[in-house]
Design a protein around this ligand. Structure first.
Ligand code: NAD
Ligand code: DAU
Length: 331
């Protein structure tokens, strides 16, 4: 797998994946295909710009995709519309990019016999009760709640069908919430860190009891590399650190780490259809592929706070537009 095409490589997880790949697999020839939506920036790839080929384009553009896939050995597919709140406000780009875009890639890998790894989310499974130890497994039935998760569920189903019907060489991974550098300020952790840095208060949806499982983006990407190199074709692998926290705990922890009172946050109206809790059982990935997370959550959160403190030039241009969007939603 000498030549790799990374879709969505200018976004949060994709750009971290490109950095990690350049560092750990210097022999790989990397091409990034990204539309540079509001969520992507070529600046995220500045440090590796001389090591990659960047193509500004759309995964729904079948002739562009066909030409790029023809000249690669493996496609790692991160490109997506990724934010639940945006999907509730306007689902249409989610249907287009997440479903039609994945279909376009599948047709190209089918034609050229190219390996595909599809990046997905635990949100396809719906949610779990708050007061339980239940977990999602690779066998959990799909039950998505939001337009975002429904569009990702649709894309996963297409990949499974192309594997079964056409023998496409594909794998899927479903990861829980990621955090780390280069995450857009619309997401929970960067939004609250940057609020505090600007002297504003963090905003908690509803009571703040909803629970998420937080995985450092580098641990996610290590798992993706394991699956690309050793995963079984046609299989799905769940990824997650096991670090579950309520949103209130997250906000309190980051306020404390930033030397503010732990309760210096505001409650805002809840997200409609808000999933209660996510938790992935990662036994398959750990036992079959020997993966384990390496990040301690508090240390990772502290490093992430420092990254946003030191990179205000990166996030400030997007901050006011993002907060203006939230203001319209009342959140
Ligand atoms: P992101 O929103 O930060 O980045 C998405 C990237 O895709 C951007 O660079 C954007 O420009 C690009 N893109 C969007 N539409 C495109 C199109 N039509 N053609 C080409 N490029 C396009 O997203 P992220 O948080 O990095 O998520 C990456 C992937 O990981 C997504 O598939 C998401 O569903 C999945 N995922 C995310 C998380 C998380 O916590 N962020 C967790 C699990 C899975
Ligand atoms: O589980 C994986 C998913 O994690 C990915 O598939 C998505 O792409 C990614 O965006 C993320 O989805 P969430 O909806 O869980 O992430 P978000 O950062 O939007 O919110 C995390 C939790 O925090 C959620 O319960 C809503 C809450 N929240 C969010 C924001 C932005 C708040 O309480 N306040 C906020 O300001």
């Amino acid at each position: 797998m000498r030549r790799m095409l990374v879709t969505g490589g200018a976004g949060f997880i994709g750009s971290n994946f490109v950095h990690d790949t350049v560092r750990s697999f210097p022999e790989v020839e990397l091409t990034v295909l990204d539309l540079l939506t509001y969520a992507g920036s070529q600046r995220n790839l500045d440090a590796v710009s001389d090591r990659i080929t960047f193509v500004h384009g759309d995964i729904c553009d079948s002739s562009l995709v066909d030409g790029l896939v023809r000249d690669t050995d493996v496609v790692v597919h991160f490109a997506a519309e990724s934010h639940v709140d945006n999907s509730l406000n306007d689902p249409s780009p989610f249907i287009r990019t997440n479903i039609v875009g994945t279909f376009t890639l599948l047709e190209a890998v089918r034609k050229h016999g190219v390996r595909l790894h599809h990046i997905s989310t635990d949100e396809v499974f719906g949610d779990l009760p708050l007061d339980s130890d239940d977990q999602f497994t690779e066998q959990t039935a799909y039950d998505p709640s939001s337009p975002y998760s429904a569009s990702k569920a649709g894309s996963d189903m297409l990949v499974r069908a192309w594997v079964r019907s056409y023998g496409v060489q594909a794998t899927i991974s479903n990861c829980a919430n990621n955090y780390g550098p280069y995450q857009h300020v619309e997401k929970l952790i960067p939004r609250q860190i940057t609020n505090v840095l600007l002297g504003d208060r963090p905003k908690l949806y509803g009571a703040g009891d909803n629970v998420r499982e937080w995985t450092h983006v580098t641990d996610h990407n290590t798992a993706v590399h394991r699956i690309i190199t050793a995963g079984r074709i046609g299989e799905t692998y769940l990824i997650g650190s096991g670090d579950e926290r309520s949103n209130r705990q997250i906000v309190s922890e980051l306020l404390t780490l930033m030397n503010h009172p732990a309760d210096a946050y505001d409650h805002v109206p809840d997200r409609p259809g808000h999933d209660l809790r996510y938790s992935n059982n990662t036994t398959k990935l750990r036992t079959e592929l020997g993966w384990a997370p390496t990040y301690d959550f508090t240390a990772g959160l502290r490093a992430t706070i420092e990254w946003y403190r030191e990179n205000s030039a990166w996030w400030k241009p997007a901050k006011s537009a993002t907060e203006a969007k939230y203001k319209l939603l009342g959140r």
